[in-house]
Design a protein around this ligand. Sequence first.
Ligand SMILES: Cc1cc2nc3c(=O)[nH]c(=O)nc-3n(C[C@H](O)[C@H](O)[C@H](O)COP(=O)(O)O)c2cc1C
Length: 479
Amino acid sequence: MLVIGIGLRSGTSYRELRDLVDTALDGLDRGAVGRVVTVDGKESETGLQRLVASLGAELFTASALDLSRQPVPSPSDQVGHLIGTASVAEAAVILSGAELVVPKQRSARATVAVGRLPFVDGTAAAPGYALRDRDVVHRVIAERRDVRRGFLDQPIADDVLTRVLESAHRAPSVGLSQPWDFVLIRDVATRRKIRDLAVAQRDAFAASLPVDRRAAFDGLKVEAILDTPLNIAVTCDPGRGGRHVLGRHADPRTTWFSAAIAVQNLWLAARAEGLGVGWVSFFEPGEVAAVLDLPAHVELLGYLCVGQVDEFAAAPELVRSGWAARRPLAWAVHHEAWGQRGLPGETASRATAVQAAVNAAVDAVGEAVATDSRRVARVVVVEGGAVEDYLTSAEVLVVQVGAERPAADFGVLWRPARQPDEAVELGVEVARDLVLQGAGELLVDCPGESELAESLAQGLRWGGLACGVAVRRVDEPGR
Ligand SMILES: Cc1cc2nc3c(=O)[nH]c(=O)nc-3n(C[C@H](O)[C@H](O)[C@H](O)COP(=O)(O)O)c2cc1C
């Protein structure tokens, strides 16, 4: 499919545009033109509309900001100055994902460029959404928030709620088993019972925190059960569909994944409708199930507080309060195998992975976590063996290297490094994740003679220092 990018002044005639396009398409198949793209605001130009109709194409627009971000081969200072982009025509083609085949051509009042959308096995790739629609999708994902404050005492219209639930119900599910159900809870007495359960869990969590972290937690609001007119309990029936559900046999967790995706769909659709949603997980799920009289084969997946809000914050509350920081995408993307991290097009080789990890930490963490809520993280690194001896207090994190997985316990972090360089890299990663979760100083203890444990401790040192936090070895004070 061919894409035509057009920049034009207001009032440019159909004839001028047609002549310009005919010249640009010389030698190309006019019938293959499927899209015309221009800058926002020009879609109402009658000359342009007539041109698009004569080509049998669809008209799309893009914002001047998006266009200005495209690197174009034929920039023009004048146009750049006028609307913020160096060439609307070429930028529009490039932004469409097309490959530029005819660079910018110009008439008195307009510019045109032509591009070709990639072919897969000789077939034109199915088009994505129009640029503006695409932007909306990415926007709703970026602007979805977990909301716990600022709920308004206003009911939710049934048609709005139905649309939101419809979106949740459209979620993908393993074998199309659709294991979710939605329990709508409005009754205040029921919500009070649920709130009491959450308060008890909140108190238990607070009691488990180091003293310096507890004060910061006290300032956080973790639920809005009585603040919203509606609570929704999303449940999961792990057996739904019976024995032959396609795709579930090898990995039963897929049922739970499916139900969690339904929550995400709900969350996004609610954001688009202007409804705030807060997910509360301060529960022992069986206790909520008892209050809601769930049948024994159905389990609680998520508990959501839903309502109109006064605003949607630009960033997660845990980030704004300084409790935690977001993990950069580049840390989460690996190329081909674990460890070669980087954004698409920025592959880091394994040899440089540690350095890249350290650099990324410096860039990303910065002052992200507020200094006043930072805590001292005490970390003991050991290889294999019994770890109970090291779990001397609830504040200690034991990092265990070695092949054997320890019993599940949030106090024990298993990092089965095979080589010293891998242990260093894992140590860097543990350090930066601790800093993202509010650690302001690392106290590292590495008893024993293990080379792997020592390497991981070295990684903790590098990662911590790279993130700008102090790292002290408690077993070797002079070091
Ligand atoms: C499974 C799950 C459980 C959560 N439980 C709680 C909770 O109990 N209390 C709370 O305040 N936030 C809870 N959250 C919200 C997260 O803190 C929030 O999603 C995260 O900080 C990122 O913020 P954002 O959703 O605004 O982007 C939960 C989120 C998820 C996905």
